[in-house]
Design a binder for this molecule. Sequence first.
Ligand code: ADP
Ligand code: MG
Length: 277
Amino acid sequence: PGPSAAPGPSAVPGSSAPGAHPATLDAREVSAWFGDHKVLDRVSLTMPARHVTALIGPSGCGKSTFLRILNRMHELVGSASLAGQVLLDGEDIYDRGRRITHARREIGMVFQKPNPFPAMSIYDNVLAGLKMNGVKATRDERDGLVEECLSKAGLWREVADRLRQPGGALSGGQQQRLCIARSLAVRPRVLLMDEPCSALDPTSTRRIEQTIGELSAEVTIVIVTHNMQQAARVSDQCAFFLAEQGTPGVIVEHGSTEAMFDHPQDPRTTDYVQGRF
Ligand code: ADP
Ligand code: MG
């Protein structure tokens, strides 16, 4: 089975609606080390297309490391070494010959702290990823893409009349939605979100949760969250990560969100989802 399941052309930003093309992401026996320190031990998880997967678990159990491994971002942030495979619709993103930039374009990332380019205009922020990927687009295509991505991120109505203002002038919640719009502009097939609402107020959080719900039809979403209500509200399935006393992070349990919250199999999952540690 090849990667051919995706309908429509591969990402051509600015083209007329290419249709949804979310991909399934499959982590197989992923282990990771920082030097001698093993931080993930044979983590396997399938993150299906059109699903929202929530990664939950206490601090330090390897969720962010796992997320970065899913789009080869860990290669930027230090010397993590890695075993295992990450398959995007069946194709290993770590295969020799596959470009790192390709993985990052197909698999976008949104971080805890909103990080728009503060001095750059809202308009140019949305398009920043295109430039980095060397994509050429006409003025009309760019205008269309900016409106489309800001709309999908739930920000268009608030900023339509001030697209030339700097991204840094927006509120924190708006900046985060701008970052979502920016990540959508290259038409990723998967969007990874590392605690995207932790720095935001409840109203902004709800807006982003709503956006996640709408986006899941066209991009596979994987979200790390410490907020159990949020996991319950936005996700279809959950994976509970845990690193017990000096041991590397593992997935203790995963399953449908309903099952994880209503009938967890492992007593440690019960304790965690009920807020006992
Ligand atoms: P989480 O996101 O679940 O809080 P992390 O993935 O950030 O967990 O961290 C997992 C483990 O890896 C922790 O023990 C952390 O100290 C270690 N770690 C994370 N990033 C680095 C790094 N760049 N260098 C060395 N150790 C790291
Ligand atoms: Mg983290």
